[in-house]
Design a protein around this ligand. Structure first.
Ligand SMILES: Nc1ncnc2c1ncn2[C@@H]1O[C@H](COP(=O)(O)OP(=O)(O)OP(=O)(O)O)[C@@H](O)[C@H]1O
Ligand SMILES: [Mg+2]
Length: 232
């Protein structure tokens, strides 16, 4: 499904340039659960933005489901994101004054389906992400970190994406709540066959994936099956 070949990313700032990715090559098949791990500043978010069709590489190619994403226009990239990809960002960007349900329904705003159907779909995703029904009509600023994280996951799922990209999804959580969130990803992967790419700087978090790609200073330094996967 994902095939990147020699992708680089150079950021220009005034007269200076910084190469955040120095040539990444790998494939990720449908239904894999992969962690991308590396220290702060190693290029993880840069890579996630490219894989998520939020940005294009400076050089190299990226094929997603056989389509060369590196050459697409902004509109075409937006279509790919809407149709195929669910994002869980570290800064969740929930609307603070909107209810949980409204936040999850938001990505469906362009859909032609009826409001009642959008609501039903949002409720289904919130249940799948493990949020208690009592909280569905709370405002998002009335929730705990772990609950917000589950709403963010539900929102990422609501457009039925085949690929879920999560950037430090457990970054602000205590260990126990983090485990619940990681368990949710494992369930979505195993039971629904969704491809999951989990970005983290923490080895303990990466251990929950089936495969770990390690990145350092913009280079992929290892890419291997995780023989010690922690299953929740
Ligand atoms: N828009 C930008 N302009 C210039 N430099 C950037 C830009 N975005 C990122 N960088 C630089 O590229 C490098 C990689 O950044 P990136 O955000 O990909 O790191 P990261 O691995 O996600 O780090 P963290 O774990 O702290 O989130 C960093 O040195 C960063 O300063
Ligand atoms: Mg980052």
């Amino acid at each position: 499904m994902i095939e990147v070949k020699g992708i680089t990313k150079t950021y220009k700032m005034g007269d200076s340039e910084f190469q955040a990715l120095k040539g990444a090559t790998f494939k990720i098949e449908d239904g894999e659960f992969v962690a991308i791990m590396g220290p702060s500043g190693s290029g993880k978010s840069t890579l996630m933005h490219i894989l998520g069709a939020l940005d294009t590489p400076t050089s190299g190619t990226y094929f997603l489901d056989g389509k060369d994403v590196s050459t697409l226009s902004d509109d075409e990239l937006a279509n790919i994101r809407r149709e195929k990809i669910g994002f869980v960002f570290q800064a969740f960007n929930l609307l603070p004054r909107a209810t949980v349900l409204r936040n999850v329904m938001l990505p469906l705003v362009y859909d032609t389906v009826k409001r009642s159907e959008r609501k039903a779909r949002a409720e289904e995703m919130l249940k799948a992400a493990g949020l208690d029904e009592d909280h569905f009509n709370h405002l998002s600023n009335q929730l705990s970190g772990g609950q917000i994280q589950r709403v963010a996951i539900a929102r990422a799922l609501v457009n039925n994406p085949s690929l879920i990209l999560a950037d430090e999804p457990t970054g602000n959580l205590d260990t126990q709540t983090g485990e619940i969130v990681l368990g949710t990803f494992q369930r979505l992967n195993k039971e629904q066959g969704r491809t999951i790419i989990l970005i983290t700087h923490e080895p303990d978090v990466a251990q929950h994936a089936e495969r770990i790609i390690t990145i350092r200073d913009g280079n992929i330094v290892s890419d291997a099956k995780n023989l010690h996967q922690i299953i929740i």
